[in-house]
Structure formats: structure tokens, C-alpha cells
Design a protein around this ligand. Structure first.
Ligand code: UDX
Length: 439
């Protein structure tokens, strides 16, 4: 089947490459010429494990172009995977989706199925369909289907090739048949539903996971106060199949391109329809506060951060990606800088992006050792494997004042028990709490 994919971000590019790996002829379209040139050379513009290799293996089925006219002219299926960024009021900005829809309407020369992968408010597929029909030039039938994407960054290729489910939202039989054919070699349950249900499945799933995280973060905060241990609590909860043991990891809040945006978008959508979705509103508020958890903890040890040497381990919103979107580092680091701290950051892949936003004032380090050497306090913001495997004795050996604030519970408490390190994590008791407190 001849497939075009609009947008080569995480969703578009991963979709395109995975479809090509299954034998489809795929053209990936992007407006960014530099990006397209890079992909033509076999390089991926995003860091995503396994993607570059799969791109190389599928090279004979893949092409990259800025020429959307040619790509949409005779495609059987056109996936739209462009961004739907958050607007100032929390709603989703659909400008890029509409732009692609217009290009398709003006260039499609044969019957085709337009598939919306981007996360869009409920009812958008209906509007896009009418918009395309209004703008289309040639007398061809253009169907619109919703096929939301559930991939996670860092495991995007695996999540696409082994999806938990493939949701196909349609109003007619033909696009459902076409999409079932497109995905016939994907080993995943395929669910054909109403188009609006498909749109809602995406929001409801993402927001449920965000809710789960905010819930467990509040339980963790309470554990600290009442003397329970969140890791033991979640282990005990996770045995109950109705709860499940995933997405129960307490920390300094969720970030990324989806949860923050999709919770706000659903909240906006509810308000817009004179409705309320109070659980999600609460999840958003809890998450915003949780991001400052380590700064609040730091205040237990230092009254202010002036001239303090602060080591930051991890700046991406989660391990396995170089993406900084909505990462806790983006709110913590400016606060520290504003208060006059000297900040050093180590991250295995994220520092190049961080540097673009904060070119001055920060020292970027090549190793964890370099970041913590002589530091007065260390904040762990991302649970990279090299942080989890780091010998904790080195904190004592290298830091001026070994206070480790762990926002991702990377270590067992026992690892710090016979040390002179203050170890303060999320939802657990603090080890050696009084060694270095200022009076
Ligand atoms: C998410 C969804 O998982 C995916 O299905 C959807 O398509 C896009 O949004 P992603 O944003 O890539 O994927 O990352 P995910 O692994 O879900 O993590 C999101 C955030 O939640 C990260 O900041 C992570 O640190 C945090 N998180 C996740 C927790 O704090 N605790 C958990 O238990 C899980």
C-alpha cells in the first residue's frame, strides 16, 4: 500500500518507519528541509532507541520529502502525525492539522483515507472531514479515520510494533477495512469504534495514567508525614490486578509531550462544554506542585541557595529520551539560578537541548563524578540507568557536603545506612537527616 505520513516528530516518524518495516511503501513529509536532508542521510532527527537501525533496515520502502503535493497526490492512506501543541488557555492548537488537511484536499487525485494520529479534541475528525470536503479540488472520495497513538518516548518503536491495542475510529466501513489491511502484520488487538470514541479513548487513557501518577505522588507525600514507605506501599497495591503495578512510581511529577498537554486539553474541553472534570483538574494541580518537591526539601538543609554548588543529575522528562518538554528541570534550574546558586548538570543525552535554552550560567558535565565534585547538594531529576548504578559511596567521597535529594527513588535506603550521606527521597524516610542542617 502507498502511504504518506505528514510530520516526522515522535509520532509521525516512528509510525512511518514501522509501517515501512512491514513492507508498505512510505513517504514521510515534513516542512523542515534540514530535517528531511538529515533523514535522507539515514539519520533520525530525534533520539529514539532502535529507530535509526529500523530506518536503515527499511530503507528500500522509505522516502523523505518536503514535496507534499507529490506525496499526497496518489497515496492510498495519509497519516497525519503533526503536533497539536497547547494554547495559552490549555486547549489544543490544531493549526498544523488543518494545514495538512488543506494540502491533502488540494492535492489528492485518488480515493484515499486520511488518518488522524495526532491527539485531537473530540469532534475534530468530523470537522476535518467537512473541511477537506469543502476544500477539495478533485472529484475523489477522501475518508477520515481516527487512529490515536499510544507510544511512549524511549520505547516508541517497540510500542508501535507491539501495540497494546490499535484503535480504529470510523463512520464508514471502507476506511476500517483499509486500516485493518495496513495493520494486518501488527500483532495487536484491533478495535473498530465510533470516531468520537476513538478520540476520547486517547484522552481518557493518557489522563487516567496522569491521574494515577498524581494520586501516588500525593500518597507518597503523605507517607513522608506519617512514616510509611511509598515503595512498600506501591508494591503491596500492585499485587491487586484491579490496580496493576505500573504507573505507580512516585516522583517529582510527570512531564513530556502528552500528559501535561492532554490533561489540560481535557479539562478545557469539559469546561468548554459547561462540564467539569474535577479529578483531572486535581491531577494537574498536584503535578504542578510536585515538580517543586526537591526545592522544598532543599530548604530543609539550606536557608537560601546563594553561591551554593548544586549538582543536577538528569534534565530530561524521563530516561531514554533527549526531550525536555515539561521536564521538572525546566522549573527547578531557573529557580536555583535566580537564587544565585552555581548549577552543574549531567545528563547522558539531554544537555545539548538544555544548553539551547540555558546557554549561560550553567556548567554542563560529561560525567556524574564531574557534576557532584565539590557540590553542596545533589538533585536527582531523571532516573537514568547510570544514576541508578552509581556507587553511592562516591557522593561521600566527592561532594563537599553529601546531601542527595532523589526525585526518582533511584536507590534503596539501606545503601545509605552506614554512610555520612544525607539521603532524602520521595515518600520514604530520610537517611541521616540531621548531619548537615543549617541552624
Ligand atoms: C505517555 C504515554 O505513556 C503514552 O501512552 C502516550 O502515547 C504519550 O504519553 P511518554 O510521555 O512518552 O508517554 O512517557 P511516559 O513513560 O508515559 O512518562 C510520562 C511521565 O510520567 C514522565 O515524566 C515519567 O517520569 C512520569 N511517570 C511515569 C511517573 O512519574 N511515574 C510513573 O509511574 C510513570
Amino acid at each position: 500500500m502507498k502511504i504518506a505520513v505528514a510530520g516526522t516528530g515522535y509520532v509521525g516518524l516512528v509510525t512511518g518507519v514501522c509501517l515501512a518495516s512491514k513492507g508498505h511503501q512510505v513517504t514521510c513529509v515534513d516542512v523542515d528541509e534540514k530535517k528531511v536532508e538529515k533523514m535522507k542521510r539515514g539519520e533520525t532527527p530525534i533520539y529514539e532507541p532502535g529507530l535509526q537501525e529500523l530506518m536503515a533496515q527499511s530503507v528500500k520502502n522509505l522516502s523523505f520529502t518536503t514535496d507534499y503535493k507529490e506525496a499526497y497526490r496518489d497515496a492510498d492512506v495519509i497519516f497525519i502525525g503533526v503536533g497539536t501543541p497547547e494554547k495559552y488557555d490549555g486547549s489544543a492548537n490544531l493549526a498544523y492539522v488543518y494545514e495538512v488537511a488543506k494540502q491533502i484536499a488540494q492535492n489528492a487525485e485518488k480515493h484515499c483515507v486520511v488518518v488522524l494520529k495526532s491527539t485531537v479534541p473530540i469532534g475534530t475528525n468530523d470537522k476535518i472531514e467537512s473541511y477537506i470536503h469543502d476544500k477539495q479540488i478533485n472529484d475523489v472520495k477522501i475518508y477520515v479515520a481516527s487512529n490515536p497513538e499510544f507510544l511512549s518516548q524511549g520505547t516508541a518503536v517497540h510500542d508501535t510494533l507491539h501495540a497494546s491495542r490499535i484503535v480504529i475510529g470510523v463512520t464508514e466501513e471502507y476506511p476500517a477495512k483499509v486500516l485493518q489491511k495496513v495493520y494486518e502484520d501488527f500483532d495487536a488487538p484491533k478495535l473498530v469504534v465510533e470516531r468520537r470514541s476513538a478520540e476520547m479513548i486517547k484522552y481518557a487513557s493518557n489522563d487516567f495514567l496522569a491521574l494515577k501518577i498524581s494520586y501516588i505522588n500525593e500518597i507518597a507525600n503523605l507517607c513522608e508525614v506519617v512514616g510509611a514507605d511509598i515503595e512498600e506501599v506501591t508494591e503491596g497495591m500492585g499485587f491487586d490486578g484491579r490496580i496493576g503495578n505500573r504507573f505507580l512510581k512516585a516522583g517529582i511529577g510527570y512531564g513530556g509531550s502528552c500528559f501535561p498537554k492532554d490533561t489540560k486539553a481535557l479539562n478545557w474541553l469539559a469546561n468548554f462544554n459547561d462540564n467539569e472534570i474535577r479529578t483531572i483538574r486535581a491531577a494537574i494541580e498536584v503535578n504542578e506542585n510536585q515538580k517543586f518537591k526537591l526545592i522544598k526539601k532543599a530548604k530543609k538543609y539550606y536557608h537560601d541557595f546563594l553561591f551554593l554548588n548544586v549538582a543536577i543529575l538528569g534534565c530530561t522528562f524521563k530516561p531514554g529520551t533527549d526531550d525536555l518538554r515539561e521536564a521538572p528541570s525546566l522549573v527547578n534550574v531557573p529557580l536555583l539560578l535566580e537564587d544565585g546558586a552555581h548549577v552543574r548538570i549531567w545528563d547522558p543525552v539531554g544537555t545539548a537541548n538544555f544548553k539551547k535554552r540555558f546557554p549561560d550560567k550553567i556548567q554542563y558535565c560529561d560525567s556524574i563524578e564531574q557534576a557532584i565534585e565539590g557540590a553542596d547538594i545533589c538533585l536527582i531529576l531523571t532516573e537514568w540507568e547510570s544514576v541508578k548504578n552509581f556507587e553511592v559511596e562516591k557522593f561521600q567521597k566527592l561532594m563537599k557536603c553529601p546531601i542527595v535529594l532523589d526525585g526518582r527513588n533511584c536507590y534503596s535506603l539501606s545503601a545509605f545506612e552506614n554512610t555520612k550521606i544525607t539521603y532524602d527521597s520521595i515518600g520514604r524516610k530520610t537517611i541521616n537527616p540531621n548531619l548537615y542542617k543549617e541552624n
